[in-house]
Design a protein around this ligand. Structure first.
Ligand code: S3P
Length: 172
């Protein structure tokens, strides 16, 4: 079965709002693998929220912590890892993930992303502008990088469980 063949971390990359954390948790439960959320790990290590880290230390400090946290997660063996939307855009972080994991680009149309990101207002990158414009710009800028992931799975606007099944097929 699939579980037995997974010998590396399975890493979800893609835009904020696509559902990396929700889908990752469900996928891990189904495969009976540990689940790690890189953003949560960064917050725990810093004892600060992502917004507080951005505010007090700036984005490049956050990216540095993100890279170190993800590097540590790449050595955990079989597991499911959700990354923040910008992680895979950083060259060093991306190279590391590409080398050490099975990376999956979780993709969605813009409408779905906007609908999902506007349910929560904890993302520093969405604070200074119209979320629709920011999501649209970031999606364009970042797609060439996300495309480098080993697998590509499209999440539609339906239930996340459906996306989990698509990931299982892609991994098979
Ligand atoms: C970011 C996405 C966030 C978080 C931080 C920066 C980004 O993670 O890491 O706010 O650059 O796209 P999610 O993708 O889980 O929202």
């Amino acid at each position: 079965d699939i579980r037995r063949r997974i010998n590396r971390p399975v890493v979800l990359v893609g835009m904020m709002g696509v559902g990396k954390s929700t889908v990752g948790k469900k996928l891990a439960a189904l495969l009976q693998l540990p689940f790690f959320d890189a953003d949560d790990e960064i917050e725990a290590a810093a004892q600060l929220s992502i917004s507080e880290i951005f505010d007090q230390f700036g984005e490049s400090y956050f990216r540095d912590g993100e890279r170190r946290v993800i590097a540590r997660l790449m050595d955990k063996g079989p597991a499911v890892v959700a990354t923040g939307g910008g992680a895979f855009i950083q060259n060093e972080t991306r190279e590391l993930v590409l080398e050490k994991s099975v990376s999956i680009w979780l993709d969605s149309d813009e409408e779905t992303l906007v609908e999902r990101v506007t349910r929560k207002d904890t993302r520093p990158l969405l604070r200074d502008g119209n979320p629709r414009d920011i999501v649209s710009r970031l999606k364009q800028e970042r797609e060439p990088y996300y495309r480098k992931a080993a697998l590509h799975v499209v999440s539609d606007s339906g239930p996340h469980q459906h996306t989990v099944l698509k990931i299982l097929e892609a991994l098979d």
